[in-house]
Design a protein around this ligand. Structure first.
Ligand SMILES: *Cc1c(COP(=O)(O)O)cnc(C)c1O
Length: 366
């Protein structure tokens, strides 16, 4: 390649692509997937649905995923007892793409998005891609958000977007509804969107509400969800958002790429939603396993961040990379993420969690 310098954007030179290591072989407790494969009858129904539409793939898909969005609205009504009109629901290839649409529509040059660290490592990347200035403020030591500090930051920085993950990744922390409401209210005064990323909502502990409950009171609120975690559908790439204002959905329709959601994806997602109880049958078990593992970790003397998600952040290690590597040597892949000294483990099947416990004891034996 004869001395040609790619005219890459200056801010992308030397930047590596995001992603956890994808390895075959070890027990995979690293990217918060649902560890249970889809039940046979659901997998067969998906295959039938895709078979039925395959001959029609010479046509572009239904552009606005109208039927899927109606199914999602019905699902939310059952899951969180909120009534949402499909005109307020948006769907895309994973909630990552939904969030990208939101940054395209509400971020941009000269605008600022803020969040509270430690949190999901993709937020700065959406900001970079959309030329949005990005500022992180620290969370408290218990990984909650100091609401007064947040409100002061919002009034000071005047962002166009405030992004809050709840339950948060990688810490597992759910934010109280009152805190979210106070932050959304401050955003109302300064003209900012409040975006609550609820990728892990279905794993929240009893009594922990969803931000969906605030939608009727906060016209600037958007709640994003995904089928990648509790639904066990990470491979299909389906995420969605519910907005207080249908104009948010219309804005996403402006910035999305044409026919962004394939006919195959829409059909598979609709089958999954029709079988939601079967697909989520293990969610209660995963929650129980999480609480049991958190107790065990604490009993073994580790620091454990309280979790409302399907993973646990624990520590602290003088050399966390060494512990991560030793766990991998023991056949268990977890995630080296979060603040220095901490590691994150996804909740697996009961057998996988046993293997993790044994591996961790071996990895940390003196
Ligand atoms: C896993 C995760 C998502 C989901 O991403 P998809 O694109 O829907 O697979 C979104 N937000 C957070 C914080 C996550 O951890």
């Amino acid at each position: 390649m004869s001395g040609f310098t790619l005219p890459l954007r200056a801010d992308l030179v030397g930047v590596r692509s995001y992603g956890a290591p994808q390895l075959r072989g070890p027990i995979l407790l690293n990217v918060n997937e649902n560890p249970f494969p889809l039940p046979n009858d659901v997998a067969r129904a998906m295959a039938d649905a895709v078979g039925g539409l395959a001959a029609g793939l010479h046509r572009y898909p239904e552009r606005d995923a109208v039927d899927l969005r109606a199914d999602l609205a019905r699902y939310l009504e059952r899951e969180s007892e909120v009534v949402v009109d499909p005109s307020r629901v948006w769907a895309a290839n994973g909630s990552n793409e939904v969030m990208h649409h939101l940054f395209l529509a509400f971020g941009g040059p000269g605008r600022t998005a803020i969040t509270f660290d430690p949190t999901y490592s993709m937020y700065p990347e959406y900001a970079r891609d959309t030329f949005t200035r990005f500022i992180s403020f620290p969370r408290r030591d218990d990984f909650s958000v100091d609401v007064n500090q947040a409100i002061a930051a919002i009034e000071d920085v005047r962002p166009s977007m405030v992004v809050l993950a709840s339950p948060n990744n990688p810490t597992g922390t759910a934010l109280p509804l009152d805190d979210l409401s106070a932050i959304a209210e401050a955003c109302m005064h300064t003209g900012a969107m409040t975006i609550v990323d609820e990728a892990y909502a279905e794993f929240r502990r009893a009594g922990v509400p969803s931000a969906l409950a605030l939608l009727d009171h906060q016209p600037n609120l958007v709640v994003t969800r995904t089928m990648s975690k509790a639904f066990g559908l990470a491979g299909a790439r389906v995420g969605y958002a519910v907005a207080a204002d249908p104009a948010v959905v219309q804005a996403c329709q402006v910035v999305r790429l044409p026919y962004h959601l394939s006919a195959v994806t829409q059909a598979v997602a609709r089958v999954a939603l029709a079988h939601a109880p079967a697909l989520q049958a293990q969610v209660a078990l995963i929650r129980d396993e999480r609480d049991r593992l958190a107790q065990w970790l604490a009993g073994e003397g580790f620091d454990v961040a309280a979790s409302d998600a399907n993973f646990i952040m624990f520590g602290r290690f003088a050399d966390r990379h060494q512990t991560w590597q030793r766990l991998l040597d023991e056949g268990v892949l977890i995630r080296e993420t979060g603040p220095q000294g901490w590691l994150r483990v996804s909740i697996g099947t009961p057998e996988e969690n046993d293997r993790f416990r044994a591996a961790l004891l071996a990895a940390t034996a003196a």
